[in-house]
Design a protein around this ligand. Structure first.
Ligand SMILES: [Mg+2]
Length: 415
């Protein structure tokens, strides 16, 4: 019996976060909405995939792809790319992220059928664990418990210390672009002072003006920075910033496909490419991009666009096989209170997560949790990822000047 696709099931789930996470475009409203994808083959295998979607359910988009892929051999991955992601056809229907979730599932099935982990299909692991950064956010308090607010330098330092004690992080990322840049600079400097000898990175998601980015960059030059992540929008401004600030730059915003990567090689705007298994269309395109980066002397790291355990497994397998991984990976994972995989959330040990060695992606869907968190999705619905529940009617500009007020402690409604 051939290992061909017989069915694609997609289930939206909502898993609570410890507290709402603020970012430059809005917030994660106290929960992640993810679409869990199950690809079923004619010979009885089930492979797992996962996708985000800006707080919304992506199930209908997957349902529409079954007619394209029914009968497709899961081992024919390059063929699947052209079957649904032909770059000129994609001008009409961008399916890159859908393709990523299906690629994860096909790799999972290939590994299960062959009895090997996904990393063995991708060249073999070079490391048994992947290091992670603490990924610190400004947060609203959890509306029920009233705890978890991160707004002041003191709260940020305490939150980082608690995460370090719990998970062992030695790299720390501050997600900014929320409060005025010089306020965030004071927060970042307080963080670095509180954890001497450790490594730091700041990411305002392109919200700063060139002038603010120069002032911020000069203000952190004495800190042990991994890189200055997406301080301004666009490759040209990133390049211009380098004339004023001698820090390595990183992006997950303006180099997210091969055309942009080629342009970046030519203009030298960005030093470190943050590879996202969803944005790039799968684990395999990330590895291909890492090879281009290796050739041209660019660094790579693992990007997080929000993940449950299935997506996290794709990040671990990718991180395990890429030789030129030079930095701790990012994950939102530790902000979640639960997961949909058997055994609960994958644990951090010494700031790292072990790469799964079981066949396929090495994670199994917990059906009771899937049902529980599908019910929570049905109860709460989606949320607008690019809106802030604390500032109704607000939206940011790029560069932004409509900052939140760090002197105001808010407890907004999240539905
Ligand atoms: Mg980023």
């Amino acid at each position: 019996m051939p290992t061909t696709i017989a069915n694609i099931r997609a289930t939206p789930v909502t898993v609570p976060l410890e507290a709402p996470l603020l970012h430059s475009n809005g917030a994660h409203w106290g929960r992640f909405v993810r679409t869990i994808v199950e690809v079923e083959t004619a010979d009885g295998y089930v492979g797992l995939g996962e996708m985000g979607g800006g707080g919304e359910d992506a199930t209908r988009a997957f349902a529409g792809l079954l007619s394209y892929l029914k009968g497709h051999d899961v081992f024919a991955l390059e063929a699947m790319r052209f079957a649904i992601c032909n770059p000129t056809a994609s001008l009409y229907n961008n399916r890159t992220q859908l393709h990523a979730a299906l690629e994860f599932a096909c790799l999972d099935i290939m590994g299960q059928k062959l009895g090997v982990p996904v990393h063995a299909l991708l060249g073999g692991k070079l490391r048994d664990v992947v290091d992670f950064a603490s990924y610190l956010f400004f947060r609203y308090a959890n509306p029920e418990a009233g705890e978890g607010e991160v707004r002041t330098p003191e709260q940020l330092v305490a939150h980082a210390a608690a995460l370090k004690a719990k998970h062992g992080f030695t790299s720390h990322k501050l997600k900014g672009g929320v409060y005025p840049p010089m306020y965030e600079l004071a927060c970042y400097r307080a963080l670095a002072t509180s954890l001497p000898g450790e490594r730091f990175r700041y990411d305002p998601n392109c919200a700063l003006s060139l002038a603010d980015a120069i002032a911020f960059g000069k203000g952190i030059a004495d800190i042990r920075n991994d890189y200055f992540e997406d301080p301004v929008w666009g490759m040209q401004q990133m390049k211009r910033l380098k004339e004023f600030v001698p820090l390595p730059t990183a992006t997950n915003s303006v180099v997210i496909d091969f055309e942009q990567l080629a342009e970046n090689v030519r203009n030298g705007a960005v030093d470190v490419i943050l590879l996202d298994t969803t944005f790039w269309g799968g684990i395999r395109p990330c590895i291909k991009a890492a090879g281009v980066c290796e050739t041209f002397g660019l660094g790579v790291a693992v990007h997080s666009s929000g993940e449950l355990g299935i997506q996290l497994a794709t990040m671990l397998h990718m991180g395990a096989v890429v030789p030129n991984l030079g930095y701790a990976a990012d994950a939102h994972y530790h902000h979640l209170v639960d997961d949909v995989i058997v055994g609960g959330p994958l644990p951090y040990e010494g700031g790292a997560i072990r790469v799964p060695d079981a066949p396929g992606l090495g994670v199994t869907l917990d059906r009771a949790k899937l049902l529980q968190y599908h019910e929570l999705f049905r109860e709460l619905g989606g949320y607008p990822y690019d809106r802030d529940p604390g500032r109704p009617g607000w939206y940011p500009l790029i560069p932004n000047d409509r900052w939140a007020d760090p002197n105001v402690s808010l407890r907004p409604r999240l539905t």
